[in-house]
Design a protein around this ligand. Structure first.
Ligand SMILES: [Fe+2]
Ligand SMILES: [Fe+2]
Length: 392
């Protein structure tokens, strides 16, 4: 704890390294950004925290590697306090790895986190950390594990903690995270002071090796989190890819009766509408659930003299004009359309349609939303303006 640390004016001399940490690209890591934007589901958290369990379970080995590097018995005594807390103090059942086992069970229903299919990137991340600690000197090892590791834990866990609270998880179930948010700054202070104490009063002479070690720790974690994020994203489309490669039909042809629909609005499911008459915006969208897996047919209807709002999304769309006459605006392009015409709208391009004729403009939009809905931040409503009326 704080009272046991070597007395070095840490907050003054260590500040330059804290600033270095704050500038590292890890704070723009897509996994942390997705947590902050509440784009991840409980299942996503369960998946990546189960991977993280491998690191958490092995953490005392990292601490021990630093201890091994310290020749000064006083430093080893200080580190033993960190280890003591990691080990649950008097109650070994309360050791931090066990608190995470309990959280995995209580929050994600993962009863055997030790049996997780740990990915290669998870194992490599831990091995690289251990390798660095074993092969550097005690200043580098302490910098790696202080500023570069323990020093960022409270911040990182706060992203996870807040994200899980927002998903409705009770704070009591997140004790593993909250304990670290409370104690890891103290743990970091102990380790950082070990690094600084060994500089013999000449921090500048060792600044280079300290900075290199800090960046090594943060780079490794940044790459690890990127791999996790990539995995979370692709895992969602894996069943689709497996089915396509395995030539498995999505639905049984016994269900063929539901594979048809009339294009009448009444036979669709209302998806959303928006009326902002002062801006000339008025439209309704219905979806046809006719068994498609990836394609998602929708009917867009715009009354005479009106348009829909300008928006963009991950799915691409093929517009087919069913009735009426209009103009489709795609980026800087403006395309006049009439009955029977097709228009392609690429992904992530601002677009809107306006009714320039008489009567309703009806457009059948076939999108690949069945694929892109698996990607974060592409729900049906995330890209719409606030004032819409959500129907379904
Ligand atoms: Fe811990
Ligand atoms: Fe659209």
């Amino acid at each position: 704890m704080q009272g046991t640390v070597t007395s070095v004016a840490k907050t003054r001399v260590g500040e330059r390294f804290e600033e270095l940490v704050s500038k590292h690209p890890i704070w723009q890591n897509p996994l942390l950004v997705a947590c902050a934007r509440n784009e991840l589901s409980l299942k996503d958290y369960g998946y990546f925290i189960a991977q993280h369990f491998y690191y958490s379970r092995g953490f005392t080995r990292l601490l021990s590697a630093l201890m091994m590097q310290c020749e000064d018995d006083k430093f080893r005594a200080e580190l033993s306090h960190n280890l003591w807390e990691e080990a649950g103090e008097e109650n070994m059942e309360e050791r931090h790895s066990n608190l995470l086992r309990k959280m995995m069970n209580d929050v994600f229903g993962i009863a055997e986190p030790d049996s997780t299919d740990f990915k290669t990137y998870t194992v490599s991340y831990f091995d690289e950390c251990l390798r660095f600690l074993k092969n550097t000197n005690s200043i580098g090892a302490a910098a790696f594990l202080g500023w570069g590791t323990e020093g960022v834990v409270a911040n990182i866990y706060e992203y996870w903690y807040e994200g899980l609270l927002n998903l409705g998880v009770a704070p009591e179930a997140l004790r593993y995270l909250s304990i670290h948010m409370e104690c890891d700054d103290d743990h970091a202070a102990v380790i950082e002071n070990i690094a600084l104490s060994q500089c013999g009063g000449d921090i500048a002479a060792h600044a280079g090796e300290i900075e290199t070690a800090i960046y090594k720790a943060l780079d490794l974690r940044n790459e690890y989190f990127k791999a996790i994020y990539q995995d979370i994203t692709t895992a969602k489309i894996e069943p689709l890819v497996t089915a396509i490669c395995g030539k498995l039909p999505y639905l049984n042809t016994d269900d063929v009766s539901v594979f048809t629909s009339s294009l009448a609005k009444s036979s669709g499911v209302k998806l959303y509408s928006n009326q902002q008459q002062n801006e000339g915006i008025s439209f309704e969208v219905s979806r046809f659930n006719i068994g498609c897996e990836v394609m998602d047919p929708r009917l867009l209807e715009i009354p005479e003299g009106c348009r829909n709002e300008c928006h963009k999304h991950a799915h691409e769309s093929l517009f087919y004009v069913v009735s009426g006459q209009g103009r489709v605006h795609i980026g800087d392009e403006h395309i006049d359309v009439k009955v029977g015409q097709l228009v392609y709208v690429p992904r992530w391009i601002d677009h809107f349609s306006e009714n320039t004729g008489s009567g309703t403009l009806s457009i059948l939009a076939i999108t690949d939303f069945g694929l892109t809905k698996h990607f974060p931040n592409n729900t049906d409503f995330s890209y719409r303006k606030k004032q819409h009326t959500q129907v379904a």
